[in-house]
Design a protein around this ligand. Structure first.
Ligand SMILES: [Mn+2]
Length: 377
C-alpha cells in the first residue's frame, strides 16, 4: 500500500470500505482493542508463541474452499491432526454438534481456533455457554472471521475470547486471516501463501485464467463431498492434508469432481427442461426446478439459456430457492420479500415442500406465481 502523508485513521478507512473488523488481543498482545483497519491485521509473534506448544483444535466453515484452507493451514503449520478438525455450517444443529464436540472432549489448557464462520444469532445462547466453559478451563479461543456479525456477538467475544477478528471484511477471507495472523512467518516453502491466494480467489469469486480450471475442479469436488450428508465431514477431513500440500491433482479430489460433473449434466438438463421465463415489470425472470446443483452454476445455466435478467433456481430437494441477477440488476428484494436474504446480485429463500404440495405441478405453479408477484411489485 502506498504511504501518504494523510494516512486515514482506522475508523475512516473501515467506513470507506464498509468494514467492521474488530481486532482484539489484550490477553496475549498489546494491540489496540476496538475497531481496526483490516489491512493492519498482521502476524502476531506473541499469539503464535502462546499457542505453539498447546494442543490446537480447529473449527472451520464446512461449505467451501476458504473454510477447508483455513483448517489446512492450521494442519500444516501447527500439526493439528485431522481428528481435531471440525467442520460446521450456519445451522442450529451444527452449532449444537460443535458445542457438544468441544465440551464433550473436556478440553483444558488448549487452543480452539474458529475460522471463516460467525455465530448464528439463533445459536448464540448455546455458544455463550460453550465459550465460557472453554475459558473456565484455561483454554484460549482465537476467532478469525470475515462475515457480518451482530454487535451482541462481537461484544460478548470481545470480553471472552483471546483474539478476535470479526465483521464483514472485503479484503481478507478466512484463509487470509489465518495465514496473516498465525502462519506467515512459519511458511518457509511458500505453500501456505499459494494456498491462501487460491482460497482468496475462490472466496471472492475472482476469475483468473491461470487458476479457473483448478478452482472449478476444487469447487466441484467439495460440492460433491457435501452431498454425502453425514459422511461429508469425513471426506472433507480426508481432503485437508491434500489441500495443505497443494496436492490438487490427487485422485481422491479428481474422482469427486468427476462424479459431480457426471451428475451435473443430467441435473442441468432436468433444470432447463422445467424452466419458465416470465416478465416482471421491465425485467424478465427465469425460474427452474432442479436438485443437486451448485446454486451459482444452476442460475448461470438458466441465465445463459434464457438471456433473462434474473434467475431463480428452486432446489426442491433442499427446499431452497437461489436467486442470481445480471450485473446492475438487483434481485435481493425478491429474496427479502420471500422471507430470505441476500446481496444485490445473489440471494435466496426457503421454499418448503409442505407449503408447495411437495413440488408437484400444482405446487410448482403456486411458487412460480408467488415469485412473479413479488418480483413485479
Ligand atoms: Mn469465507
Amino acid at each position: 500500500m502506498a504511504k501518504g502523508p494523510a494516512r486515514k485513521t482506522a475508523k475512516e478507512s473501515s467506513q470507506q470500505h464498509a468494514l467492521s473488523a474488530v481486532f482484539l488481543a489484550d490477553n496475549v498482545d498489546s494491540m489496540t482493542k476496538g475497531l481496526a483497519d483490516p489491512s493492519t491485521i498482521k502476524y502476531s509473534e506473541k499469539l503464535v508463541s502462546a499457542i505453539r506448544d498447546r494442543p490446537i483444535y480447529s473449527v472451520s466453515h464446512k461449505n467451501d474452499m476458504d473454510g477447508i484452507s483455513s483448517a489446512a493451514l492450521l494442519h500444516k503449520f501447527y500439526s493439528v491432526p485431522v481428528e481435531r478438525i471440525k467442520f460446521m455450517e450456519y445451522s442450529g444443529a451444527s452449532y449444537s454438534e460443535v458445542a457438544e464436540w468441544l465440551t464433550g472432549k473436556d478440553i483444558s489448557n488448549s487452543v480452539v481456533v474458529f475460522t471463516d464462520i460467525g455465530i448464528n444469532p439463533g445459536a448464540f445462547k448455546l455458544f455463550q455457554s460453550t465459550l465460557l466453559t472453554l475459558k473456565q478451563k484455561g483454554n484460549m479461543v482465537i476467532w478469525l472471521d470475515h462475515h457480518p456479525w451482530e454487535p451482541e456477538q462481537v461484544n460478548f467475544c470481545a470480553e471472552n475470547v483471546s483474539y478476535l477478528v470479526a465483521g464483514e471484511n472485503r479484503l481478507m477471507c478466512g484463509a487470509d486471516l489465518t495465514y496473516n495472523v498465525l502462519c506467515r512467518k512459519l511458511d518457509s516453502d511458500g505453500k501456505g501463501e499459494r494456498l491462501t491466494a487460491l482460497a482468496h480467489l475462490m472466496d471472492f469469486n475472482i476469475r483468473s485464467k491461470s487458476t479457473d480450471q483448478l478452482t472449478f475442479r476444487l469447487a466441484e469436488a467439495i460440492t460433491y463431498m457435501l452431498w454425502a450428508g453425514k459422511d461429508a465431514e469425513k471426506l472433507l477431513r480426508r481432503m485437508v492434508p491434500m489441500v495443505a500440500e497443494l496436492d490438487f491433482g490427487n485422485r481422491f479430489i479428481a474422482n469427486n469432481a468427476r462424479k459431480y460433473l457426471e451428475e451435473e449434466k443430467v441435473n442441468t438438463e432436468e433444470l432447463l427442461s422445467s424452466a419458465k421465463t416470465l416478465s416482471v415489470g421491465k425485467r424478465s425472470i427465469t425460474i427452474g426446478f432442479g436438485k443437486r446443483l451448485q446454486s451459482t452454476a444452476a442460475c448461470e445455466a438458466l441465465l445463459s439459456k434464457s438471456g433473462s435478467d434474473i434467475a431463480a433456481f428452486v432446489n426442491y430437494a433442499e427446499e431452497r430457492c437461489s436467486l442470481r441477477s445480471k450485473s446492475g440488476v438487483d434481485c435481493s428484494y425478491i429474496a427479502k420479500a420471500m422471507g430470505g436474504n441476500g446481496h444485490p446480485q445473489a440471494g435466496g429463500f426457503t421454499a418448503l415442500a409442505s407449503e408447495y404440495s411437495g413440488f408437484d405441478a400444482k405446487g410448482r405453479a403456486k411458487l412460480v406465481k408467488r415469485i412473479v408477484e413479488v418480483a413485479s411489485a
